[in-house]
Design a protein around this ligand. Structure first.
Ligand code: PEP
Ligand code: CO
Length: 457
């Protein structure tokens, strides 16, 4: 357990430190009122669930499980509908089935959902046709339309975000504890348009795998003479970037009969690449919470800085506490990752290494559309596995921006999406996501990598 509960830490001690990427509210008393309301509203998750996830992440760090973390770059309040929640859940389910069946390991499913509303931006303002307004920082802060009223940071949106997160989570919990999650009926996880790609290789592989899983279940049930009823429910955990510190603080509480404070707005909050300064407000906030936490690690991270960060965030080497989500870009990973792995190995501490092949590989098309190339994403994943394996380290997870929608935001993949196709169904207002088909292709690719690991113990 986290032994060194930091003496001088409180849920709002971050306010004494420089806080990057925070919106500026024009009415601080309105913000204080909203934070007060959020503080008294019920939590979204429980400390038991958080502990359960920490235990599963500890297994993944040792290579006994695999973390699948994925979802939208940014959730939109208006998209909180049954269709899009179910579609995103279905992709996670299908991918986890593929990964679990190939690796014979538990897959820890963590969605980027039920709170992924605040976005870091490269500039505080945006200028169009000579007009300069505050930048869009995610639906929990302001609105994406380009008018002064839409771009004004509105504290009420923190409440709307909390409510939408609660609605999302309520539906996900209900699905995961009911028939939807029954492994005897994986057809529940198929998406309408999958049948259109009947002939695609991964659809055939998926169907074949589902058939084999059905056979295995029936075989086990025949041997035991009873139904494997435990498989009627699955765990799905939540995560989001813990960027908006007032929101995080408001849901951070002590729990009866436990020591320390838990962030009860999500199971696994992470620190983004732009807010991981050692002396900054985010690191201050995160060091004091009991949740397992993630930290994005980009190409500018130096081994010594990583070690100092681990001293603050992972002082007790508590199993499952720290996930390092590396996101270098396919062209940089070979230069940067090895020395970071060696530094961690030298520290004697255990972390869960997770590869985010999305955020170092964002490019703009000639027409100025933000995209990512499927082949580049695959290259970073493949290199990540090889580098970890070569150094005796374990890549225990993958972090993806994806959607169950049939969008056209990333180029490449089996259907060979081109830059010219992007405008057909480009829905993200922030980063481009893998569509369902591209995500499944990547699941099979990772499954193959994990299967290599299986044959070489
Ligand atoms: C993200 O995960 O959407 C993100 C902004 O990532 P990063 O902090 O790695 O840039
Ligand atoms: Co993103």
């Amino acid at each position: 357990m986290n032994q060194s509960v930091p003496g001088n830490w409180t849920p709002n001690s971050w306010q004494q430190k420089p806080a990057a990427q925070q919106p500026v509210y024009d009415d601080p008393s309105a913000l204080a009122e909203v934070v007060g309301k959020l503080t008294s509203l019920p939590p979204l998750v429980t400390s038991w669930e958080i502990d359960k996830l920490r235990g599963q992440l500890a297994e993944a760090a040792l290579g006994k499980a695999f973390l699948l973390q994925g979802g939208d770059c940014s959730e939109n309040l208006d998209d909180c509908g049954s269709e899009s929640i179910v579609r995103n859940l279905k992709v996670l389910m299908q991918m986890s089935l593929v990964l679990a069946f190939s690796s014979m390991k538990r897959v820890v499913r963590v969605g980027r959902f039920a709170g992924q509303y605040a976005k870091p931006r490269s500039s505080d303002t945006e200028t169009r046709d000579g007009v300069t307004l505050p930048v869009y920082r995610g639906d929990i802060v302001n609105r994406s339309g380009f008018t002064p009223s839409e771009r004004r940071p509105d504290p009420e949106l923190l409440l709307r975000g909390y409510e939408r997160a609660a609605l999302t989570l309520n539906f996900i919990r209900a699905l995961c504890s009911g028939g939807f999650a029954d492994l005897h009926h994986p057809e529940n996880w198929e998406l309408g348009f999958m049948s259109e790609s009947q002939n695609s290789l991964q659809f055939q592989r998926y169907r074949e795998m589902v058939g084999q899983i059905g056979d295995s279940l029936r075989f086990m049930e025949a041997v035991h003479g009873m139904a494997i009823s435990q498989l009627n429910s699955v765990d799905v955990f939540t995560s989001h970037e813990g960027l908006h510190l007032h929101y995080e603080q408001a849901q951070t509480r002590p729990v009866p009969r436990r020591t320390g404070h838990f962030n009860l707005s999500t199971h696994l909050p992470w620190i983004g690449e732009r807010t991981r300064q050692l002396d900054g407000a985010h690191v201050e906030y995160f060091r004091g919470i009991k949740n397992p936490i993630g930290v994005k690690v980009g190409a500018s991270m130096k081994p010594d800085d990583l070690l100092r960060l681990m001293d603050v965030l992972h002082p007790d080497n508590e199993p499952g506490r720290l996930t390092l989500i590396h996101r270098f870009g396919a062209d940089k990973i070979a230069d940067v990752l090895p020395s970071l792995i060696q530094a961690v190995q030298g520290s004697g501490k255990t972390v869960l290494w997770c590869c985010d092949p999305m955020h170092g590989n964002t490019v703009a098309t000639d027409g100025g559309i933000k995209t990512r190339n499927y082949d580049t994403i695959v290259r970073e994943i493949t290199e990540a596995f090889a580098i970890h394996r070569g150094l005796g380290s374990i890549l225990g997870g993958i972090h993806l921006e994806l959607t169950g929608d049939d969008v056209t935001e990333c180029v490449g993949g089996a259907r060979g999406l081109k830059a010219a196709d992007l405008s057909r169904a480009y829905k993200s207002v922030v980063d481009p996501r893998l569509n369902h088909e591209q995500a499944m292709e990547i699941a099979f690719l990772i499954a193959d990598q994990l299967a290599v690991g299986r044959s070489t113990p």
